[in-house]
Write a protein that binds this ligand. Structure first.
Ligand code: NAP
Ligand code: F7E
Length: 341
């Protein structure tokens, strides 16, 4: 059975990727941060007590800011594939915590790559690069577009992108970048704009909320569906020669468009509920990100099938179902917590 190591396993993408890898027969090791409350909600439905002979998902405490821990774990686990999804991933927060963002989202990658170089140089490495690296560059953006990051997050991701490429060229490691455009899902963090909108729409439709405060409605994004994007990650590591790929839908919608789609799904007029709050503005904004993912389609056979209209419907439906008491995945991380305590 192939063995994968996933950093950021408790995040949106980590949870979908783990589902995919387990379904393909992998043994999956996930790095998890110590937290004073449970933070494994997104993967609880995948976890079995390690004493169970069927267990193929194993979790380990670690942090991308702790290089010696990464080195120890890599030499113990000796994974075939490593997916580096961990990051301080919120662009607005990166302006509030620029140094921490640089340490985790930027330097975290070099700590991992050094551990790989020294312990498992034969392993394949995937770096979660981002369309935020393109920043102010004109759309559509592809693998040849010059980077012009507009936030501490974007700058940190550019560092990680280049150090990933450098370790490929300098040491011959199998290191790759997936340059993913925005991708969303019912598991999206609640402070990213799509999920913030769909949760509010569900609550407004149910009479639990009156207004929704947002910042810049004019920014344009290429929003895709996260479960499809983790397939792209896996495919990037299955090629013969390591390379970098843009992954996105090629669609071009504004935040206002997404708001309208989400409210229309419950037959409400968004203009009656949405208010402006400048606290959600960023010191520098990324105006327009639209993917040209033709290289991924041609070389990986990857193509998105879910666009923003369907995505908004999926997310609103999920958030309404949650209010109605439907809980799709096991909610709280008790199984894992019991196993390690
Ligand atoms: P997410 O939901 O915010 O998950 C981030 C993960 O990183 C969480 O598991 C988090 O752990 C972990 N993490 C944060 N700081 C860490 C640290 N210092 N050490 C170890 N783990 C740490 O992000 P996502 O949406 O799944 O995105 C996955 C990756 O793709 C990220 O690197 C993100 O920057 C990148 N990306 C995302 C998108 C997108 O649209 N979603 C697009 C392009 C690139 P906790 O659960 O403990 O907080
Ligand atoms: O903002 C505008 C905001 O925070 C999208 C991360 O996954 O994708 C994500 O970064 C747009 C921006 O995502 C609010 O100004 C308006 O223009 O959902 P977001 P993001 O910044 O695009 C990239 C590819 C990543 O790599 C990142 O990790 O929406 N916006 N009003 C707002 N945004 C938020 N969060 N909240 C608002 O109230």
């Amino acid at each position: 059975m192939p063995t994968a190591l996933v950093t950021g396993i408790t995040g949106q993408d980590g949870s979908y990727l783990t589902e995919l890898l387990l379904s393909k027969g992998y043994v999956v090791h996930g790095l998890i941060r110590r937290s004073s409350t449970f933070n494994t909600q997104r993967i609880d439905h995948l976890y079995l007590d390690p004493h169970d002979p069927r267990a193929r998902l194993f979790l380990h405490y670690a942090d991308l800011t702790d290089g010696s821990r990464l080195a120890t774990l890599l030499s113990q686990i000796r994974p075939d594939e490593i997916y580096n999804l961990a990051a301080q991933s919120h662009v607005r927060v990166s302006f509030d915590e620029p140094e921490y963002t640089g340490d985790t989202t930027g330097l975290g990658t070099i700590r991992l790559l050094e551990a790989i170089r020294q312990s498992v140089p034969e392993a394949k490495f995937y770096q979660a690069s981002s369309s935020e690296m393109f920043g102010a560059a004109n759309p559509p953006q592809n693998e040849s577009t010059e980077f012009y990051p507009r936030s501490p997050y974007g700058v940190a991701k550019v560092y990680s992108y280049w150090i990933t490429k450098n370790y490929r060229e300098a040491y011959g490691l199998f290191t790759t970048n997936g340059i993913l455009f925005n991708h969303e899902s019912p598991r999206r963090g609640e402070t990213f704009v799509t999920r913030k909108i769909t949760r509010a729409v569900a609550r407004i439709a149910k009479g639990q909320q009156k207004e929704l405060f947002l910042g810049n409605l004019d920014a344009r994004r290429d929003w895709g569906y996260a479960p499809e994007y983790v397939v792209g990650m896996w495919k990037i590591l299955q090629v013969d020669k390591p390379d970098d790929y843009v992954i996105g839908t090629g669609t071009d919608f504004s935040v206002k468009d997404f708001v309208r789609l989400a409210f229309e799904h419950v037959d409400l007029d968004w203009e009656k509920f949405v208010r402006f709050d400048e606290k959600y503005l960023r010191p520098t904004e990324v105006d327009s990100l639209v993917a040209d993912a033709s290289k991924a389609e041609g070389e990986l056979g990857w193509k998105a099938s879910v666009g923003p209209e369907q995505l908004a419907a999926i997310m609103v439906e999920h958030d309404i179902a949650t209010i109605n008491g439907f809980v799709p995945d096991k909610p709280v991380g008790t199984v894992w917590a019991e196993a390690v305590s």
